[in-house]
Design a protein around this ligand. Structure first.
Ligand SMILES: N[C@@H](CCC(=O)N[C@@H](CS)C(=O)NCC(=O)O)C(=O)O
Length: 255
């Protein structure tokens, strides 16, 4: 059995899959990509994933992208602790959470993060070098996001709106976690994995978001203490400094 995971630093969608694979306890070959060096847009990587994005799982030659799909695949294809409820209704509830993360929580956080971070990467390039990098990005939407973020071109109104969406996301989690141990009742599932991949830094970086959220605070502590989480968070982070430099800006948008 050959299992290879192309991933970035333990954050967001890469963290989601690192959490899934570590919880599952499946041995895999880690291929760490430095996203700040635009490795994900290089032709050799686009031959693996034409979207030019991580994470990507390769299982015995079969290529799977999309973090949420990868986690479900891992749970289905390998032995180990079940990460999805056994009953259809439980699975439906889990997927409502993972869909919400992919369509609402993650994009809002991501735009805020990029707004405060990308400039620190692209300022190190000449305009010509940056144009060259941009030209290789296969998705028009990602090209636009790189270009706009590089000049911090999102409006305050957009940032405020994404900030509101992040707050709404945490409130939605609190509503559930005030009543149950995990997001889908009493079983730890991929719903918890998806949400933690977005919320992992909140207690230290944006504690104001959790100030009146005892349920999320308790859940975050329980998540952080899991062996799978510790192993995923211990994966190498080649872009730590750039992420750290953006934290104050992100936190101020989330105030
Ligand atoms: N829907 C995809 C999104 C993947 C994604 O946004 N990947 C980010 C890292 S978290 C990426 O590769 N960003 C670099 C870029 O787009 O240039 C998934 O869930 O896997």
């Amino acid at each position: 059995m050959a299992l290879t995971l192309y991933h970035g630093e333990p954050a967001a969608n890469s963290l989601k899959v690192l959490l899934g694979i570590k919880e599952k306890g499946v041995p895999f070959e880690s291929k760490l990509m430095n996203l700040h060096k635009f490795e994900q847009h290089e032709p050799w990587f686009q031959a693996i994933n034409p979207m030019g994005q991580v994470p990507v799982l390769i299982h015995d030659g079969m290529v799977i992208n999309e973090s949420t799909v990868i986690n479900e695949y891992l749970d289905e294809a390998f032995d180990g602790p079940a990460l999805r409820p056994a009953d259809p209704y439980g699975r439906a509830k889990m997927r409502i959470w993972t869909k919400f993360v992919d369509e609402y929580f993650c994009p809002a956080l991501s735009f805020i993060g990029w707004h405060h971070m990308i400039k620190n990467i692209t300022d190190k390039l000449t305009p010509e070098e940056f144009e060259e990098k941009l030209a290789r990005i296969p998705l028009k939407e990602q090209q636009d996001k790189w270009r706009t973020s590089a000049k911090q071109g999102y409006t305050q109104e957009q940032l405020d709106n994404w900030g509101r969406q992040v707050k709404t996301s945490v409130e939605r989690m609190e509503k559930q976690l005030a009543r149950t141990e995990w997001l889908v009742g009493d079983q730890f599932t991929l719903a918890d994995v998806s949400c933690y991949a977005m919320a992992y830094a909140m207690p230290t970086r944006s504690p104001q978001l959790l100030a009146d959220k005892p349920g999320v605070t308790r859940w975050h502590k329980a998540m952080s203490e899991r062996e799978g989480t510790k192993a995923a968070m211990a994966m190498p982070n080649p872009v730590r400094e750039t992420l750290e430099a953006a934290r104050a800006g992100i936190s101020s948008t989330l105030r």
